[in-house]
Ligand binder design. Structure first.
Ligand code: FES
Length: 83
């Protein structure tokens, strides 16, 4: 049996409140950075519905960690966490 690299998932809310707070832009930036770092096949960005934490959006989950109020300033640290 051939061993393959583990697939990881980054879940980002794309519901109304988070969209108003810029989650679409965050999603786009994350996907671009993952591709530039050749991580896009190993780390998939998955859209989710409301995570019931709207006041702290944009919200995303990677591994067991919830990231809140995510903006452009946070992209680099999230990418590093995915490495
Ligand atoms: S809309 Fe994103 S957590 Fe509710």
């Amino acid at each position: 049996m051939q061993e393959t690299e583990e697939q990881k998932y980054l879940f980002i809310c794309q519901s109304k409140s988070c969209l108003k707070r810029g989650s679409s832009h965050v999603r786009k930036e994350l996907k671009q950075q993952l591709k530039e770092n050749k991580m896009h096949k190993r780390v998939r960005v998955v859209n989710t519905k409301c995570m019931d934490a709207c006041k702290c959006g944009p919200n995303l989950v990677y591994g067991n960690k919830l990231y809140q109020e995510v903006g452009g300033k946070d992209i680099d640290s999230i990418i590093r966490a995915c490495q």
